[in-house]
Ligand binder design. Sequence first.
Ligand code: SF4
Length: 981
Amino acid sequence: MSTYEISEDEDTFEEALNSNQYISESSIMISSDDNSMDASNLKDSDSSDCEVNHPNVNLKKTRSAVIKRLFPFSTNKNNLKNDVNNGNVQKVAHMNPPKHVDDIKNAASVSKPFIPVEKTPGVNKMIGGVLVNMPVEPYGCQLALMSKVITAIKTSQNCLLESPTGTGKTLALLCSTLAWQRSEKNRIGQIQVESYFSDYPELKKMEGAANYIATPSKVSPEKKFERPVFGEKSIYDKPETNEVNSIGYGSKRQEPLREDSQDSPDSSLVTIHAKRQRLNSSEIGECSKSSPSVTPVISTPEKETNTGNPETPQHVRSLYSLVESLQLRTSMIVDCSVPTIYYGARTHKQIQQVIKEFKKTAYCGEAAMSILSSREYSCIREFDRSQWGNKNDMCRGCIKVKNSGDKSKGETNCAYYNNRTALNHRTLPPAFDLEDLVNAGVEKTACPYYAAKHMASNAHIVFCPYNYLIEPSIRSSMQIELENNIVIIDEAHNIEDICRDAASITFSRDDILAAIVELEKVSAHRYSNNDALFYIDQLLKTLKSWDYWFANHLQLLADKPVVNNEVVHTWQAEHFVQTLDNHSIGQKQFAGFQTSADTFCQRLRDDHRTLPGVTQATGTLVESILMGLGYLFRSSGKYLDDFTPALVKTVAMNSSYGAKHWRRSQYAQNVEKEKLELRLMCMNPAVIFEDLKVARCVVLASGTLTPLISLYSELATEFPLKVSPGHVIPKDRVWVGSLGSCSRGRELQCRSNDTSQPAVQDALADAILLVCRVTPNGVLCFVPSYKVMDSLVKRWTETGIWNELDQLKHVFTESRNVRDHNDVMDDYYKYAATTKGAILFAVFRGKVSEGMDFKDHQARAVVTIGIPYPNTYDMAVKAKLMYNDKYTKERGLLPRSDWLLVQAYRALNQAVGRCVRHRADWGAVLLIDARFRQPCYTKHLSGWVRNLLGNNHHTFNSLVNSPNSLESFMQYMKISESEKA
Ligand code: SF4
């Protein structure tokens, strides 16, 4: 039964009503049983009886108020109540449509707008005044998540959601946001209808018109109202002229609206629609706690409707025409007003999973979607390496409008670009991932990159990697507008680092020299670049000054020690700015540089041919310098202190992580060439996060946000709503324990200095051998850093332990290199499925520990060694600690010890979360370090890990041969699995 239960709680109920949450009559039953009321705000709706024609509302205290509000046009409450109780309201509207003009005339009393809830599979829940449809009965933790998300959206507050993998977090996020969006559409539609009914009283003659206007429907008015026939002739014998009708109204954020825009009487709205300019909240009666009683009506332009004699077919036709026009108008107004949902995940693989979940929802098909990606992923034109440096350069070179032929057609050299509109919401399935999009592009010879970008401007929900939402330059190039929209950042546990990275820049002297060579070549072609000469010369001058700057500061590194393969000199930001001033690249010259750089970058984007030989790398370099200095000089140096500039000579650097990675030294590996770099490191993630505050609400979600304390101060943002439900996996399927002593009874401490001790390394070997002996299939073992991993491998190889391990499991180590990493992972997954199984040694904060899935046999045990505090010798970490020390009191930042602790436990919790990925999964977590015996070291573990750990602390001997040992858990699970099989 599709039902809405209204809470006994007056506040909740009032809030739903005041916010104009539309409640369908069709699904309302007014109960006479006062005791049937449930006071909870989270209500079950028994979906098994989901019948549109069986309304159900339970009322206790406010029946008359409800009737009045829900049925404002009713004059006979008793009759209405009887109709509703008998389930007749829907039948009145749909089973007895007007058959002729008299029916239309006599139907004047049915002027109340109502929106039917179509029967959808799944389970309906009333959560926070919004009806949410879930594909399956939700877990308790999903209800808790959805409640918070809906409250966040309704009250425009930010929200933190921590929910372990396997708890259905993604589905809960999608269903709650899309349900709210649907309810908001209905609410705005209803307001529109009310205004039309006062502007066009003759609409009251059409039964069901209100519903049709308010609810975008794929049913044509002909079918909706049934087909009145006058004699031999149908009123629809007149040919249809409105193309939109034949397309259907289900996708009003779509291209057809543009196609019609020339002739449509609503062309002004079409323009608004295309630009996605939303109406002011005051115009649509914003649904928020701050203005609960505002229900203004959108004004509609005067429209002359010559309805003529109501007894004539012309009159009927005229009315239907009016209804169609108003529905189109309503649909566009709704689309312009309802916030877009931006759903950001870490990788495209994760987005693919999210879209899989989206497909399961009842909102798929109703909510238009798009997926944003880079050209690297979605360009389908053959890449000519001999001609282009990368796909961006190729694209920019190819999509210039041809000089030959008909310019008005905008033909370019890329046939896929010319045909890009062939990919749209009508030609694509209701849900598609990047692979589907690219395949469809190939099939239709249409560019997926530009098609997706265009579709995003009209979509209800846009999926993208989360850095598209966070990094200002990508946001701008992808035309992502966050203002008043809903932003979800999934896997947001590294949000602080991501924001810091987004504002940090790094460039080398080599980059500067390469750019100088390119620009000098362009400058030499003076005959063809007259108009470009000025800004090219300006840029050249600036870049040469940067080269001098590098040369003049090299001596600062002369006496510095080499730490982590780097020699570093850092400045205070104001002193650094002075060095720039001394080289004529400081604040005084910044405005001129900005103009040249902007013009250059624009030219590179728009007319690449006028800058022959200039690569994207030069464009990126100029943009980087512009962004970095822009932050330093912005708002009279407001952010100056938030940056730590460093000159770095590196003889070893990371090649598997991006050049901007904030914690690069952890991943450092040997490369041959020495490099001299400037790093402008942002210490304050709030610099970037501030831009996100224009959103209606920001939801940060992850399996691991704990500890939460740093998020508020680091992001300088309030998160009034937070929820951290437990795991859904039965307790007997997960074992969590700690190991605090080695085989000889000695305490096993795993601080950074300890792990290099041979005795500790041997004790760790004993423990890991034991785990491998008792655990079937896959085992993951996380170590603090590559350095420690290398040291362990060296020791174990020398002592023969490595061979022993190899007898028990296939042994793998995480690769620093991306290409090798994929090969290693393929092999690990393959061998973990075998009887012998496999063990993978990986590092905290590495690729394996964050975002990778190890379900079922892929990880039956996760072993962690130590507590992964950041490396305080790392230059960036050192600078961050000094920054926090400086602003602990002034800005409420965490003291250094707390900040280190937060970083350590977030990484630890992430690694632990690799195990046990869904409800039917099972596995064990072994935390190796004697410190976990003390509560102060366990209180920052994720809630579910902490609860399961309890006092399950072990010695080496008690890991086997004790009642709650790892061995007994594994035996129990093996038996229960074989019984199940
Ligand atoms: S328009 Fe599309 S297909 Fe053509 S080069 Fe650009 S990204 Fe590639």
